[in-house]
Design a protein around this ligand. Structure first.
Ligand SMILES: Cc1ncc(COP(=O)(O)O)c(C=O)c1O
Length: 461
């Protein structure tokens, strides 16, 4: 990112605009407020997952079609959230709807294998260059099982993860997420801080966080773990971090991690729950040309139905084939989810679809970059495939520590409110990025840029 002169934002002005937008939000989502009051009685906190919580209340949705969503107040918005990136196909895609409907009438669940799962596994093997696959029902299950497979394969317990990366809600990876910089510990020796209560210390201590984009520190930490008799089973990482906005790997980083893990006999897991199927047909594995030992998928795989997958080399997946590691689940490979995934992969996320997503992402990134330059706004754009964001920081973010230190959280919160009040549904949360869908058009991304332009104007004008 080239250094340029930027405007210093007036904090008072940010607070003033935030208060106005909050009031507007309350007025325009009044029915959601009513639903929230009812929901709070039976649903804990009024939501099914704590990631759906929002102030003053969550927006309750009614329906979606293509790139549009409607809330219970009847307001239509353009969806850039897309179910945390699950809906890169857009909502109610005709090909997926048809496939699900056909399967629905033939019976939806048997807990025995059906042929759809074979088609999906074959297509994933082709895309990711990994020959052996298993299915799960979510990203959390995929990363949980992948770690168990790595442990079974190596006979070791310790795992290495990237500080700040989210890999799902099982105990082993609920470590060093949302941690304050002051609590992280020394950069050479990050602490295994549990994320929320209820994670046993003994389990958290098996998970060693290291900074992203720093292969030397990863190597040094692994050296030390080896000396301590705690050689890791695996390194689990997002090849491009999607849970800090978007943070791309610096040139050579993934190759260095691949070389390091291969030379030490440590399993490399790419968690592609967010990147896979969204940034290229074969995810980050294809995009950056580095093949891990195991890859985990979920979100965009099922076209809106719950599913996840683990792909791996023959060597590492051998522990599953022989039964040494137990990889199971009643709903694994559920026919309805597999029918949706098959239509998604074979009919929707085609080469043309990826070309469309790339072109739109280039357009939205260029539009936002132009706004930043014209307003001398403190921020920059970053994106890949269908994903991207404006990072509200005056310097480039390369890892979790720089993100926590430099992200302008107040502008981030205001931007979300500004967007929602102007028909743009962005992913709530300061760590999130947009996901474009195959149904988005030039006009849709131009609307996003126009909303950002008006925000930049209001903050710098
Ligand atoms: C990179 C990554 N891995 C794993 C998960 C967990 O997936 P799920 O919510 O389907 O359990 C997420 C969810 O946001 C994720 O972003």
């Amino acid at each position: 990112m080239a250094q340029r002169e930027v405007i210093r934002l007036d904090r008072e002005r940010i607070h003033e605009l935030t208060a106005i937008e909050q009031q507007r939000f309350r007025e325009s989502t009044a029915r959601s407020g009513e639903v929230y009051a009812r929901a709070s009685k039976a649903l804990t906190g009024g939501v099914a997952s704590s990631y759906q919580l929002m102030e003053p209340w969550p927006i309750y949705f009614d329906r979606g079609d293509g790139q549009h969503v409607w809330d219970v107040d009847g307001t239509m918005r353009i969806d850039f959230h897309n179910g945390f990136g699950s809906m890169v196909q857009g909502h109610a895609h005709p090909a997926i709807t048809r496939a699900v409907r056909e399967r629905l009438e033939l019976g939806t669940h048997f807990a025995v294998p059906t042929e759809e799962a074979i088609d999906v596994a074959e297509e994933l093997a082709r895309r990711f260059g990994l020959p052996r696959w298993r299915f799960t029902n979510s990203g959390s299950e995929a990363t949980m099982d992948a770690i168990r497979i790595a442990r079974a394969h190596t006979g070791r317990d310790t795992i290495v993860k990237i500080a700040g990366s989210y890999h799902g809600h099982h105990d082993g990876v609920m470590v060093m997420i949302s941690t304050q910089v002051a609590d992280m510990g020394d950069r050479d020796d990050y602490r295994s801080v549990p994320y929320g209560a209820g994670v046993p210390k003994a389990v958290a201590d098996l998970t060693i966080p290291v900074p992203f984009n720093d292969a030397d520190r990863m190597e040094a930490r692994i050296d030390r773990l080896e000396r301590e008799g705690r050689k890791p089973a695996c390194v689990i990482m997002e090849p491009a971090m999607m849970n800090l906005g978007v943070v791309l790997p610096e040139p050579g980083y993934l190759e260095a991690v691949r070389e390091l893990t291969r030379s030490r006999g440590i399993v490399l897991i790419f968690d592609e729950v967010k990147t896979g199927l969204c940034i290229a047909a074969g995810g980050a594995t294809e995009r950056f040309g580095v093949t891990p030992d195991l890859v985990t998928l979920a979100k965009a795989l099922g076209g809106g139905l719950s599913s996840g997958a683990i792909g791996g080399s023959e060597e590492v997946m051998e522990v599953v084939r022989t039964g040494k590691a137990v990889q199971v689940g009643t709903y694994n490979g559920n026919p309805l989810a597999m029918a949706a995934a098959r239509a998604n992969l074979l009919e929707v996320l085609t080469a043309d679809a990826y070309a469309h997503l790339e072109r739109l992402d280039d357009r939205i990134l260029a539009g936002c970059e132009d706004v930043i330059a014209r307003h001398r706004f403190p921020g920059y754009t970053v994106g890949v495939g269908s994903k991207g964001c404006v990072t509200f920081a005056p310097v480039k973010i390369t890892d979790y520590e720089s993100f926590k230190t430099h992200q302008d959280a107040e502008v981030c919160d205001l931007a979300w409110l500004w967007n929602i009040n102007r028909g743009i549904f962005m992913t709530p949360g300061r760590e999130e990025e947009w996901t474009l869908s195959v149904r988005h058009t030039d006009d849709d991304v131009d609307a996003f840029v126009a909303a950002f332009d008006s925000l930049a104007d209001a903050l710098t004008g």
